[in-house]
Ligand binder design. Structure first.
Ligand code: FEO
Ligand code: CA
Ligand code: CA
Length: 631
């Protein structure tokens, strides 16, 4: 998006927690919690060193580059699975950049693929060759999609109604049936599961905010149904096989002057009106909060979608709180309750988790249908010295009272950021993906960057002022139980270029190509090894990429670059098949950046044909000998 990085992920009003002076405790932050004894107790496997390197990975690193195409190690292969504009639904037109309309786009693959999830076919099987792939379409680079828009946010704000209709249909998500033949993957034509969800798809509102006065609008006087989702960044899946897709920077879509919103506290706290990035409010009244002040309350949620039932109405699960949701990955507590970890991706925002009230039912899928409507939302406080405390956001407890503006639990979840302020949660350096590692039981938090943190604002868990490169926290839940309200934390990696940027932390044998910047999405292979996708590499003059490192054993924190992305793009949605033999990546916004337009893009990846713009696409990476990725 050609608005500045500052605008892409705006910081908001200073929070109470942010104003508390904290002492830097780098010692606590950098020495790490992860003693071998702890790892052994958790059953963590120690990976074996290979070829004299402490790393368990054997792939040859790709170099740091910044050029128009992608790069993988020589013995790997990249296949483009699907691109923006390719047909998804029956009757979809073939992609033609000169003939896009809202109607054609609604049947085609959306723009800016981000989260990828794999749901096996048949459901519940351990298949490695047929899946429903769910894909988020986060936002549109309209300047690169359509001819004649020109450069920049101002140009995009002049989009006419038909152009806005294309944008709205290019947001949301897709469900694709995919199958493997040999090492080739294809999207199955005519699958009965195929689905597009966009900014106009009817969705049910469930949980504590449903029916609340602030959820009611002119067209929905019950406050229980909303049209669409947008800016869906990362996501997750539930143990019962539904897709969790996360609305992130929803405030970019609403026009209006902040001062004219009736709730100034919340409007400011959520950055409403601060940076309007699209012309939607000029053509549709619901996106103008001066005309429809409640519509913004209906976005910024976790949406649950059943990929196996294309007729099932998506549901906004308000119990999980409203903020700039990055992802929503789950772990199962010792007693079977489901724990969802979530980051609020803006500077100085918080880390959250949600714990269901009841255990999930592995033998009766329907019994889990509304499990996410009932539970406890927690916000994290990262104490000096390595302790994390999860603080419950429950109406009536502590300061979350009517006196402070919380008349009920709906007020708590709609204003989750304000509730976190009152509980003195720890303001973080842009919390992105948070994911538990099924092998060692730890939780990994990608903190992307925070160039706005001042020296007096550093703390143990965010130990660098002007943190342009981000870091990765590792959390050990107490007694290995994800429902526990306490745990310990340490810093696994502090990103940036060693020797150049202050305060970096890696394994000492990390190579000149292995350092990274701006960690965003993370995943694990079946051995529990960490894979890190980055967003905003150009801040360090390098392409974004995918990096791999061990988290236990002699190669711990030895990051190695496996993939480098085409110019202007970020790497999203890293997902392995269960056998580790295919790695899917979502390459988002190729060609984004200053001076890049439809007419003169900085890359035409992946087609590289004159007259065709760059196209976000999902790729499948395999090893030429068919072996596991990374080996
Ligand atoms: Fe959409 Fe947090 O990246
Ligand atoms: Ca992201
Ligand atoms: Ca990002």
């Amino acid at each position: 998006m050609d608005i500045s990085e500052d605008d892409r992920d705006p910081g908001t009003e200073p929070s109470i927690g942010q104003l508390i002076e904290r002492r830097l405790s780098r010692r606590g932050a950098l020495t790490g919690l992860a003693g071998a004894a702890v790892l052994t107790a958790l059953g963590g496997r120690v990976a074996e060193a290979q070829n004299g390197s402490p790393s368990s990975f054997t792939f040859k690193e790709v170099p740091h580059v910044n050029d128009p195409t992608h790069h993988v190690p020589d013995d790997y292969e990249v296949q483009v699975l699907i691109r923006w504009g390719d047909p998804v639904l029956p009757g979809a037109a073939a992609y033609d950049p000169t003939k896009q309309s809202g109607a054609t786009q609604a049947l085609q693959f959306g723009y800016n693929n981000d989260f990828l999830g794999l749901h096996p076919l048949p459901a519940g099987s351990t298949a490695n060759d047929r899946f429903l792939m769910v894909v988020n379409h986060e936002y549109t680079n309209t300047n690169l999609m359509l001819a004649g828009i020109g450069e920049g946010r101002e140009a995009r704000l002049r989009a006419d109604k038909p152009q806005v209709e294309i944008e709205m249909a290019a947001h949301g998500g897709s469900v694709l049936e995919i199958a493997r033949e040999g090492r080739r993957w294809k999207v199955v034509d005519g699958s009965r599961h195929a689905r597009r969800v966009d900014a106009n798809t009817p969705m049910r509102i469930a949980g504590p905010a449903a029916g609340n006065a602030r959820m009611k609008t002119a067209t929905d006087q019950a406050g229980t149904q909303v049209l669409g989702m947008f800016n869906n960044c990362a996501g997750g899946e539930t143990p019962w096989g539904t897709w969790l897709t996360c609305e992130e920077n929803f405030y970019f879509y609403f026009a209006g002057e902040t001062a004219k919103h009736p709730d100034q506290d919340l409007a400011k706290r959520y950055g409403l009106g601060r940076t309007v990035a699209y012309a939607w409010g000029q053509h549709f009244d619901r996106f103008n909060f001066e005309k429809e002040p409640n519509e913004p309350y209906r976005f910024g949620w976790i949406v649950e979608i059943d990929p196996y039932d294309p007729q099932a109405m998506p549901v906004k699960r308000t119990a999980l709180g409203r903020f700039a949701h990055e992802g929503c990955h789950h772990a199962v507590a010792k007693d079977g309750r489901v724990v969802c970890y979530m980051g609020d991706d803006s500077r100085f925002e918080y880390v959250y988790k949600f714990v269901t009230s009841k255990p999930w039912n592995p033998t009766d899928r329907a019994a889990n249908r509304d499990l996410l409507d009932d539970g406890t939302l927690y916000v994290a406080r990262f104490d000096e010295g390595g302790k994390v405390v999860w603080l419950p956001l429950i109406h009536g407890q502590g300061p979350l009272t009517a006196e402070n503006g919380f008349a009920n639990q709906a007020d708590v979840v709609i204003g989750a950021r304000r509730a976190g302020d009152f509980l003195k949660a720890t303001p973080m350096d842009r919390p992105e993906d948070i994911e538990s590692n099924r092998v060692n039981g730890y939780v990994y938090v990608a903190l992307s960057n925070n160039g706005s943190r001042k020296p007096e604002q550093v703390d143990g868990a965010n130990p660098r002022a002007k943190n342009d490169h981000g870091h990765i926290l590792e959390i050990a839940p107490r007694d290995g139980d994800h429902a526990s309200t306490e745990g310990t934390w340490s810093i696994l990696v502090a990103a940036g270029q060693p020797g150049k940027d202050a305060g970096t932390k890696y394994h000492p044998e990390t190579s000149a190509d292995g350092w990274l910047t701006c960690p965003d999405n993370v995943t694990f292979d079946s051995k529990g090894r960490l894979w890190i996708a980055t967003d905003s590499g150009e801040i360090a003059g390098i392409a974004d990429g995918l990096y791999a490192c061990d988290v236990v054993g002699p190669g711990r924190a030895l990051t190695r670059q496996f993939f480098a992305a085409p110019k202007g793009s970020e790497v999203c949605g890293p997902t392995f098949t269960p056998d580790d033999r295919t790695l899917f990546l979502a390459i988002q916004h190729p060609g984004e950046g200053k001076g890049s337009t439809y007419e003169t893009p900085t890359t035409r990846w992946p087609d590289f044909k004159d007259g065709l713009p760059p196209r976000p696409a999902v790729i499948a990476i395999t090893k030429k000998d068919g072996g596991p990725i990374g080996s």
